[in-house]
Design a protein around this ligand. Structure first.
Ligand code: 7TS
Length: 413
């Protein structure tokens, strides 16, 4: 299939690729084709520079020193929090809590909610959650006697919204759903999910790990109670993420960890906690990571999410069509509302074997259950091959993948 002209949305991926040093490397003697962006994205030079600059010029602990370096580091870290506030359109910068990533943010909320749940209360999750949005709620149910309910999905990988509405009742205390599924790429109707949950008085946490690389959520417009994301899927470093929480919820939730910097006053008899956001940020945080996260968000906004989503949509359409043409290839996740994630299998072939062969050809894809075993159980498969695209990928790279999958098929069947 002939590739369409790259940049038909006034987008020049070749120009953008120059920002990413890793994209020039070879793997197994071939140019790297990086299609594992849903696992982690690659890092542009500006973010690498910010990390080097921090450790070269102003590495110091924050919020505790009067010396210049400490003040510079504190300012840069707090500036990053403000960048995140603006990015997510939160009302207050202290509603943005730095975490180590999505998993940490979810666990922080789950552990705090133990105080608000009674026997028989209900927690609702979707059928297409990542394990990090299932296991913490199961642990919470064990601790509190609450019951986990599941929003089912259909063969296309779309949530059954009418079933969700039937599950909701005055017993529902919390609803959790991913904005975009990592295993299927489905973009879920979260505005509707949030609205319906609020009608029965339940709080909602949206897992934005897969959405934030592709779109810019407006937490006030969504009226969401909690929203979590990881920097490493947004061109930032690993080990840093953000939890947005509405001020009233964050005030009510107890701290997740005790330690330095999260207190107002400590005696051996009693401790009073610091205000937001420090109450949830015990100990020395990932200072450099926070600063670099802010730089990554600036970088994405400079490119512009409209352009990112437009171009990735073209890549998705092109790749879907080309892969469909391979006999015996099935794509899982065919919702009309999809991000640039394609999960597929070749008939009679284990996904791991496809992954191994395409790696030999320089292509990075993920294989396995993608930490979403219930999704795999639904389709009665052990896993899939998953190609996930970012704005720095090209149509030519899709062609390389399609040829490699054909080759794998010839070798394995
Ligand atoms: N939620 C979703 C929807 C995810 O896709 C992931 C990571 C997480 C939560 C956890 O994020 P973390 O940054 O705390 O690890 N997903 C994947 C993936 O699809 N392949 O590798 C990691």
């Amino acid at each position: 299939m002939a590739s369409p002209i790259s940049g038909s949305t006034s987008f020049d991926p070749q120009h953008i690729r120059r920002d990413f040093p890793i994209l020039t490397r070879k793997v197994n003697g071939r140019p790297l084709v990086y299609f594992d962006n849903a696992a982690t994205s690659q890092t542009p030079q500006v973010v690498i520079d910010a990390i080097v600059d921090y450790y070269s010029r102003y590495n110091a602990n924050i919020h505790r020193g009067v010396h210049t370096l400490s003040q510079e580091a504190t300012d840069a870290y707090e500036q990053a929090r403000i960048k995140l506030q603006k990015h997510f359109n939160a009302a207050k910068s202290y509603e943005m809590i730095f975490t180590s990533g999505t998993t940490h943010g979810i666990n922080l909320v789950a552990s705090g909610f133990a105080e608000f749940l009674d026997q028989g209360d209900e927690i609702v999750v979707s059928a297409m959650e990542h394990h990090s949005n299932i296991v913490p709620w199961q642990m919470l149910c064990e601790k509190t006697g609450a019951v986990l309910r599941v929003i089912p999905m259909n063969e296309n990988g779309e949530l059954l919204v009418e079933e969700y509405e039937k599950i909701l009742s005055n017993r529902t205390k919390l609803v959790f759903c991913n904005h975009i599924s990592n295993a299927l790429g489905t973009v879920n109707p979260i505005a509707h999910i949030i609205d319906k949950a609020h009608q029965v008085g339940a709080a909602v946490l949206i897992d934005g790990a897969q959405a934030c690389p592709h779109l810019r959520p407006d937490v006030q417009a969504l009226d969401v109670d909690f929203y979590v994301a990881s920097a490493h899927k947004m061109c930032g470093p690993t080990g840093i993420g953000v939890l947005y929480g509405k001020e009233n919820w964050l005030k009510k939730l107890p701290p997740y960890q005790g330690g330095g910097e999260m207190i107002e006053e400590v005696t051996f008899e009693r401790t009073t906690y610091a205000g937001l956001p420090h109450k949830f940020e015990a100990g020395t945080p990932n200072i450099c990571g926070g600063i670099a996260f802010g730089v990554a968000v600036d970088y994405l906004n400079e490119i512009g999410f409209d352009r990112i989503v437009g171009y990735e949509g073209e890549l998705l359409e092109y790749a879907t069509k080309a892969l469909h043409e391979i006999d015996g290839l099935r794509i899982y996740g065919t919702s009309k509302h999809k991000a640039s994630v394609i999960s597929f299998n070749l008939k009679g072939v284990h996904p791991y074997d496809v992954g191994t062969i395409v790696d030999k050809l320089g292509i990075a894809v993920r294989t396995g259950h993608h930490c979403a075993q219930p999704v795999m159980d639904y389709y009665k498969i052990p896993g899939t091959v998953r190609a996930s695209f970012a704005f720095y990928n090209t149509f030519e790279e899709v062609d390389v993948l399609v040829e490699a999958v054909k080759k794998a098929q010839q070798m394995l069947t």
